[in-house]
Write a protein that binds this ligand. Structure first.
Ligand code: ADP
Ligand code: MG
Length: 334
């Protein structure tokens, strides 16, 4: 038996998911693949880490994603023990969410019920990442890994957990900056709690509600206001972007990505001088570009056409660079 779980890239709607907002990611053609068989004891071998994870292992490091997922999933579903090998073509920490792909792959391998609801599986995997890896990520990663469809972007309303598909056949470029702030997880968690504080001052449950009511942000000062402004404008951009894609206006979509980056840099303040420089360089060579993921390093994502590939490769010599296509979400086969 095997499961395949793709990585994902988020094209618009950054730092909106944990505020109950909209996101626009898609699964990409890089994947985690687990070939396995049912077994008496649980044992998976990771080719990347050249090590086994077994049931009795301590829940730490890369093993925490697997054992954590197993714990959360088995609270809600009948599961089986499996023995197998994890192979991956998803670079770790490059903004393609290898962690969510790993969680979803493990979940699909161990769940016996093939009719289990994908969104439910996604929620449990996210809980595992919160509890055992300590990253307070939103639902976007896991949901897009399991529910995406080829040749489309996955529009997800992170509050309602409703979704739809927007046609998309562009080429996705990811440039890995090669830098990742050591403290990015704690900065990320700080942004999450800042946003909650802001919503409280505004008297709403979350920023999503404040956006819907079009609340004035005057009661917030300085930093808090800037963060909320990012959320408000980013929500508007996601809505505009889906319209742009439906009318096949890639230029407009690219422009919205550029504006998103500006806002992430100046209002949400999760960029770095290097990320800004890479974004400017990439956006000049394609429709548009922005940082993707938590920020403070990581990757820049852009969208381009086939004929842009060579010049982008030349311009980013020395950087890890990926050209990707949108693809179907995770699947299982006997
Ligand atoms: P990403 O942006 O790629 O999701 P994260 O830091 O969230 O980066 O998650 C990466 C972590 O997921 C790795 O440090 C490792 O613990 C785990 N992981 C990813 N791929 C594999 C793999 N093939 N085998 C074992 N663990 C993996
Ligand atoms: Mg991750």
């Amino acid at each position: 038996m095997r499961v395949i779980a793709p990585g994902r890239v988020n094209l618009l709607g950054e730092h909106t998911d944990y505020n109950g907002g909209f996101v626009l990611p898609c699964a990409v053609n890089r994947e985690i693949r687990i070939n396995f068989e049912e077994s008496k004891e649980f044992e998976l071998y990771s080719e990347i880490y050249k090590d086994y994870v077994k049931q009795e292992d301590k829940i730490e490091g890369w093993k925490s994603y697997i054992l954590g997922t197993k714990k959360e999933i088995s609270k809600h579903y009948k599961t089986r023990e499996v023995k197998g090998k994890i192979r991956s073509t998803i670079p770790v920490g490059s903004g393609m969410s290898s962690s969510a792909a790993l969680e979803i792959a493990v979940a699909l391998a161990i769940i016996k019920n093939r009719r289990a609801k994908p969104m439910n599986i996604a929620k449990l995997c996210r809980r595992a990442e919160h509890r055992y890896a300590g990253v307070k990520c939103g639902i976007m990663d896991q949901a897009s890994v399991i529910l995406s469809k080829k040749n489309s972007l996955f529009f997800l309303d992170c509050r309602e957990l409703s979704y739809s598909y927007v046609p998309f056949d562009g080429i996705i470029v990811v440039v890995d900056s090669g830098t990742k702030h050591e403290l990015s997880a704690s900065y990320y968690n700080r942004r999450v709690s800042e946003c909650k504080r802001r919503a409280k001052i505004l008297g709403t449950k979350n920023l999503r509600e404040a956006w819907e009511k079009r609340l004035e942000l005057g009661s917030l000062d300085g930093e808090l206001k800037k963060r909320a402004e990012h959320f408000f404008s980013e929500m508007d951009r996601v809505v505009e972007a889906t319209d742009a894609l439906r009318s096949e206006d890639m230029h407009k979509f690219g422009e919205l990505m550029n504006l998103s980056h500006l806002s992430l840099s100046q209002k949400f303040e999760v960029s770095t001088p290097l990320m800004d420089k890479l974004q400017r360089k990439l956006s000049a060579l394609c429709y548009g570009a922005k940082l993707t993921g938590a920020g403070f390093g990581g990757s820049i994502v852009g969208i381009c056409e086939e004929e842009d590939i060579e010049k982008i490769k030349e311009a980013f010599e020395g950087f890890q660079i990926y050209f990707l296509r949108s693809t179907d979400g995770a699947w299982f086969s006997n």
